[in-house]
Design a protein around this ligand. Sequence first.
Ligand code: SF4
Length: 103
Amino acid sequence: MKDAKSNHKISSADSTGSTKAKYRIRYERDLCIGVAACVMSSPKYWEMDGEGKAILKQGREVSPGIFEIEISEEDYEESFGAAKECPVNCIHIINLETGEEII
Ligand code: SF4
């Protein structure tokens, strides 16, 4: 069996480090009003549930109603678009290097 290094596409970041986690999406579910703008902007990370609220796909609940996931540089633009389109500003993007809340 080949070792993990042989899977170059997944294990090896390029010179920009684009495969590394650079940002965190933070979602405040209680504030969501179910407009689904996030799903339209970023279906990779967002879907609607049966209660008319958004789900941050694979997000972990870090405290009640707060979900987070780390993303790489390549997913930043799409994720920023979802956050920007949210009418109640319940999606935030945090720069993991600086700690800055970008939105
Ligand atoms: S855009 Fe905001 S309010 Fe609308 S479903 Fe997504 S998280 Fe909820």
